[in-house]
Design a binder for this molecule. Structure first.
Ligand SMILES: CC(C)(COP(=O)(O)OP(=O)(O)OC[C@H]1O[C@@H](n2cnc3c(N)ncnc32)[C@H](O)[C@@H]1OP(=O)(O)O)[C@@H](O)C(=O)NCCC(=O)NCCS
Length: 154
């Protein structure tokens, strides 16, 4: 089935929330509230089955600091996995980063091998103080976070 990637719209918010909460309940990623999704909606890209107009994945690029952005909220629905959609979503975020003149993209994740395949390399969270002090300290898992930080230098 053909898949298109596009910027997220208001009508996608409930589904984005459901996809993220479903994965959060399995501890695959951190939950995001409706407020966070609405306020960061411009960061989101969704993947859609062209013929069905069915959204099957999402990903967001969040600008963190000068020259630095984070890939967040990456989900592909279970039935749509293994077709390269996750890769395309991350690549779209990377391309977005480049258009902003951002050359470092990081992720905090449990899917280390997936991101390694896309060229990301493991780094210490110590090199991401802007992320730690802006977001991590508000996270219930702080400071016992077991997500792995990976960085891609473009
Ligand atoms: C991780 C996830 C986004 C991958 O999506 P996907 O569409 O199945 O991935 P793709 O088909 O694009 O896979 C790209 C490559 O990564 C590999 N891959 C996919 N998932 C992988 C995983 N969990 N671990 C290691 N490799 C993985 C694929 O085999 C493929 O390799 P290839 O290029 O050699 O063929 C999806 O499994 C998912 O939504 N998981 C739950 C949510 C989650 O963990 N999100 C990450 C939050 S940071």
């Amino acid at each position: 089935m053909d898949v298109v990637l596009r910027k997220a719209k208001m009508a996608d918010v409930r589904l984005i929330h459901r996809m993220l909460m479903d994965c959060a309940s399995k501890r695959l990623l951190l939950p995001r509230s409706y407020t966070e999704i609405y306020s960061h909606l411009r960061d989101f890209i969704v993947a859609e089955y062209l013929d069905l107009s069915e959204v099957v994945g999402c990903c967001a690029l969040s600008i963190t600091w000068e020259g630095l952005a984070e890939v967040r909220s990456l989900v592909v629905t279970e039935g749509a996995r293994g077709q390269g959609i996750g890769r395309r979503l991350v690549e779209a975020c990377i391309s977005d980063a480049l258009t902003f003149g951002i050359y470092k993209v990081f992720v905090l994740t449990y899917q280390v091998d997936f991101f390694r395949k896309l060229g990301f390399q493991e780094v210490s969270k110590d090199i991401l103080p802007q992320k730690v002090w802006a977001d991590c300290i508000k996270c219930p898992q702080f400071p016992e976070c077991d997500e792995v930080a990976l960085m891609l230098e473009l």
